[in-house]
Design a protein around this ligand. Structure first.
Ligand SMILES: Nc1ncnc2c1ncn2[C@@H]1O[C@H](COP(=O)(O)OP(=O)(O)O)[C@@H](O)[C@H]1O
Ligand SMILES: [Mg+2]
Length: 368
């Protein structure tokens, strides 16, 4: 007969006991709650398969292993968050998605990253801060929706729209886009601040912010007032060598801003015909992003190919990364993993003393 102590010994033997939080044995049913090493879906799948095989060969095929595999806890919010603007309760990591130039696919990348992180089991928000060209409503098929107002602890907050497991807000839900175009910097940043702080985001592992292209006023006001954990820079190979990307990175590196750049995502890195995915055509050269990233000391988080279906998927409001087992979804999972890895590294490598140093720097104190 299968007993709890036999199972316990076996868990130890196969060296997963430290991953198991709870287990029960009822006849031939074994219930196990455990945590994977990595939040990646394929890691969980791998663990599940390995556990099933191990139990079947040790105790026989008739054993019903009922596994519940959780994702590991995300790294704690880094120290820098506390000194940049007011902490936003419930939001663990705020990631700014930026680019030097428009049209490089920043919004497409932000939307695909958001659905990928949600698919990996994270709680994800996406804020469309591109008030001059909001595209989140179209890309995530939520055009024409209107956020409702909800009361939370006596405050009236706007409730983000939700689709594909992603909570989102965009100026596009509130007014005609052409109305926003005439907004000046201060008005725009006020609206954005409201969408961040006066919204019912709830608990989020990640809030991605799709910044407008460039390095203007809005960027400065957002990144000074919002506790951004890290920035991801999107570029295409033809723009990678351009001064814009460096300028973007330099902005985050400014002493008064000091937001870690988590890495570079090279979009439209190569062309690949969908029916021949192993054929890669590096139309704009191959190593640009790698060289620049090395030069600037930041990692390349991912190379996204130029694929017709990415554009089509964006146009119909269903990000390509949602397709199961496609090259695109694999590439986005890898990219998201790299981003998380970079984030973990930054979070653990930022010593607390750094925060003290930063708080004394001019221009860094949050606006009231
Ligand atoms: N990897 C890609 N493959 C094919 N089309 C893409 C890719 N990335 C972006 N696009 C398309 O390029 C256009 C610009 O992308 P968008 O995300 O709106 O750029 P940005 O936000 O930087 O202005 C859109 O039509 C989008 O569908
Ligand atoms: Mg955009």
């Amino acid at each position: 007969m299968l007993t709890k102590s036999k199972v316990q010994d076996f868990l130890k033997e196969i060296e997963v006991d430290d991953l198991v939080s709870n287990f029960q044995v009822m006849g031939d049913d074994v219930y196990i709650d455990m945590t994977a090493h990595s939040p990646a879906m394929h890691e969980k799948k791998k663990l599940e398969v390995a556990m099933k095989q191990a139990f079947a060969s040790e105790f026989g095929e008739h054993i019903n292993l009922k596994l519940k595999i959780a994702s590991p806890e995300l790294p704690a919010t880094p120290v820098t968050n506390e000194i940049k603007g007011k902490q936003i309760p419930g939001i663990q990591n705020i990631i700014a998605v930026a680019s030097g130039k428009g049209g490089v696919g920043k919004s497409t990348v932000a939307a695909n990253l958001a659905v990928t992180l949600a698919k990996m089991g994270f709680k994800v928000g996406l804020l469309d801060a591109d008030i001059y060209g909001p595209s989140v409503p179209t890309m995530l098929d939520t055009e024409g929706q209107k956020p409702i107002s909800v009361e939370v602890n006596g405050r009236n907050l706007m409730k983000p729209i939700e689709n594909y497991g992603v909570k989102m807000l965009s100026i596009g839900y509130f007014s005609g886009a052409n109305q926003a175009v005439v907004w000046r910097g201060p008005m725009a940043s006020k609206a954005l601040n409201q969408m961040i702080r006066d919204a019912d985001w709830g608990e989020l592992d990640f809030l991605l912010i799709d910044l407008p292209p460039g390095t203007g006023d809005i960027h400065l006001s957002i990144i000074q007032e919002v506790p951004v954990t890290g920035a991801v820079i999107v570029s295409t190979p033809q723009h990678v060598a351009l001064a814009d990307v460096r300028k973007g990175i330099a902005m985050f590196n400014m002493e008064s801003i000091n937001i870690p750049v988590l890495g570079l995502i090279e979009n439209m890195a190569y062309f690949t015909p969908e029916e021949l995915p192993e054929n890669k055509y590096y139309i704009f050269g191959k190593q640009g992003a790698q060289f620049m990233a090395e030069d600037l000391g930041i990692p390349v988080l991912g190379e996204i190919p130029l694929i017709q279906s990415i554009r089509e998927a964006g146009d119909v409001g269903r990000p390509a990364a949602l397709q199961e087992n496609s090259i695109i979804s694999d590439i986005y999972i890898k990219t998201a993993q790299n981003m998380i890895e970079s984030l973990v590294e930054r979070n653990t490598n930022l010593p607390p003393t750094e925060a003290v140093k930063i708080t004394t720097m001019a221009g860094c104190s949050p606006k009231k």
